[in-house]
Design a protein around this ligand. Structure first.
Ligand code: SF4
Length: 339
């Protein structure tokens, strides 16, 4: 897929181009090593004040992409530009300054908070690490952050176990906001929460975006959640982006068979429709990223696969403004491709 095929024209806050991440792991046989192609030639942009959703099954490479953007992992190849600065060539000092502007909210709110730290310590820690506030100023800033997320000064001395899951995630969000970031990566940030609590946290994130002009990379396997949050959507399969476009357009008219499969698998409130969708869904599990299929990586599961799909890697086809799908049949007439 061409490196620039899945980017847009607006001046983005973040641009990832041709990202590759391979891990060398121990092979099945003694002394043998194999290479896991976790991320393969992934390109996208995140616009200022907007949300890019990243969806795909477990193991599709979503979280690896997040860790590459935050420089928690070094890419095998590719380029990441944040607000015009090349993240991979930035000096340690510049990188430290940029890290303040990129934060993450993890899936497990309790796992991401130190159980021995009070809320004041946990939310105030980034302020100390980045030398932004100490003493009374730090306390005041922490109270301000808690109030932004629906908590208050009475919570300062409490420990994580004294909160519900939703409240603990609010603490995680307050901590992510402490350094006044431009971009927050939400990595399955509401997946561990009850549905009613999920809605509250999603609305909180949307409100914060409006107030603070935040950009989000929103990673989730729940398509309903992503649809609610994302302005734009990238669909990943086995380390590659297979479809990209405006969020509603992708959900309403998926052009890649894998996206169609995900959309069809969204549970329908009507049990008869849900059962019919289940019967029509594609079977099978993704192949191993250490031994991906040749040609289109989705071909062993694709109900539309043709001979060419087994040998030729499908290029990213531009289907309209900002709309791209990597499928040999993506721009064929709909009644032919996805009937
Ligand atoms: Fe299916 Fe072929 Fe398209 Fe891959 S390229 S998604 S196998 S039709």
């Amino acid at each position: 897929m061409p490196a620039d095929a899945l980017t847009d024209d607006a001046a983005p806050l973040l641009r990832a181009e041709g990202l590759v991440k391979h891990f060398r792991v121990r092979g099945a046989l003694p002394g043998r090593r194999s290479v896991v192609q976790a991320v393969q030639d992934v390109s996208f942009t995140i616009a200022r004040g907007r949300t890019l959703g990243l969806v795909g099954e477990s193991g599709s490479g979503k979280s690896t992409v997040a860790r590459l953007l935050l420089r928690l992992l070094d890419p095998t190849a590719g380029q990441i530009t944040f607000d015009g600065t090349d993240l991979l060539r930035a000096s340690r000092r510049d990188l430290r300054a940029l890290r303040r502007r990129m934060q993450i909210v993890f899936q497990d709110p309790f796992g991401s908070l130190n159980p021995r730290m009070t809320v004041l310590q946990a939310v105030g820690e980034p302020l100390e690490v980045h030398r932004l506030a100490t003493g009374a100023a730090r306390r005041d800033r922490v109270v301000e952050l808690l109030e932004r997320v629906g908590l208050d000064a009475r919570d300062l001395g409490k420990h994580p176990h004294q909160f519900s899951g939703g409240q603990a995630q609010r603490i995680g969000i307050a901590r992510a906001l402490a350094t006044d970031p431009d971009l927050i990566v939400c990595d399955e940030a509401v997946s561990a929460l009850d549905v009613s609590v999920q809605a509250q946290v999603l609305n909180l994130l949307k409100g914060l975006q409006r107030e603070l002009g935040l950009s989000y990379l929103f990673i989730a396997h729940d398509l309903n959640v992503v649809r609610y949050m994302a302005d734009e959507l990238c669909v990943m399969y086995l380390g590659q982006i297979v479809e990209r476009g405006d969020g509603d357009a992708v959900f309403d008219d998926p052009r890649h068979p894998y996206t169609r499969m995900l959309v069809d698998a969204i549970p329908d409130p009507d049990p008869l429709v849900a059962r019919a969708a289940e019967r029509g869904a594609a079977d099978g599990e993704p192949a191993s990223p250490s031994n991906p299929p040749p040609g289109c990586r989705f071909h062993p599961r694709c109900p539309l696969a043709i001979e060419r799909c087994r040998t030729e890697v499908p290029p990213a086809r531009q289907l309209g403004p900002g709309r791209v799908a990597a499928c040999h049949l993506a721009d064929a007439p709909r009644e032919v491709t996805l009937a």
